[in-house]
Design a protein around this ligand. Structure first.
Ligand SMILES: C[S@@+](CC[C@H](N)C(=O)[O-])C[C@H]1O[C@@H](n2cnc3c(N)ncnc32)[C@H](O)[C@@H]1O
Length: 226
């Protein structure tokens, strides 16, 4: 699948698009991802599987006091999203081509992220592929580690079986996160949950959605993975 962006080079993307290969210091140590931005002192939110960047660009334009990092594995989508941010001159958006699980597990420094967004992640329906799902017992532990005090994770999916998987994993991680109703972002339109590309596509197909917000448990007596 091509979106006419395959000829974009890192130079064309002028810093909006980053590849993990371009960041050699990340090979052996975790990095504070806030340092990728012109003003690293702003709030910091992470979207994993950011696709074409619809949520990132819309939300960043409304929330200019927050830096947004999209992590997207597919190079064409990553370049597409980075180019959208460049065209809107959003200096609070960067899009990194990386595997979201590896980023959480090996690269992201502790207590750096205010919010993690996971919208319409690939459901990997075959049992032998379940290990590729972004939500796992281990990734929830790393989400807890990288979040700041009282940080949040937002989850939305159309996929019934993936939703069950979320519910089971979140229940098992009750020492790490309190589950609550979904907090709708500013960028969502009327009757939207979050306003991503996939939500709009699936809404046209008449699909329904499930959503939840997890809030980091900061109490060390409840959690030993602070
Ligand atoms: C179904 S799309 C949803 C895109 C967007 N969140 C939306 O709602 O429109 C899932 C996206 O996640 C990306 N993706 C899948 N696994 C990933 C991973 N492990 N790390 C980063 N991105 C991933 C895919 O390339 C794809 O662009």
């Amino acid at each position: 699948m091509s979106f006419g962006l395959s000829r974009r080079t890192p130079q064309d993307l002028q810093g909006w698009g980053l590849d993990r290969e371009d960041l050699p210091q990340w090979e052996n140590a975790t990095l504070d991802p806030r340092l990728l931005f012109a003003d690293p002192n702003r709030r910091f939110e992470l979207e994993i599987g950011s696709g074409k960047g619809t949520f990132l660009v819309q939300q960043a334009a409304m929330q200019t006091d927050t830096n947004f990092l999209g992590i997207e594995w597919a190079g064409e989508f990553q370049r597409y999203a980075a180019d959208r941010a460049r065209r809107h001159t959003l200096n609070n958006v960067r899009v990194l081509r990386d595997d979201g699980s590896e980023f959480l597990t090996h690269r992201c420094a502790d207590h750096t992220v205010d919010v993690i967004h996971l919208y319409f992640t690939d459901p990997w329906p075959k049992k032998r592929h379940h290990k590729r799902r972004l939500v796992q017992h281990s990734t929830l532990q790393h989400m807890h580690r990288v979040l700041k005090l009282s940080g949040q994770v937002h989850l939305v999916t159309d996929h019934a079986e993936l939703w069950e998987w979320y519910e089971l994993h979140v229940e098992a991680a009750a020492n790490l996160f309190d589950r609550g109703p979904f907090v709708t972002p500013q960028s969502a339109g009327d009757e939207e949950v979050v306003g991503t590309n996939f939500e709009r596509k699936y809404r046209r197909e008449g699909r329904s959605f499930n959503a939840m917000t997890l809030t980091r448990v900061d109490n060390l007596e409840k959690s030993d993975a602070s």
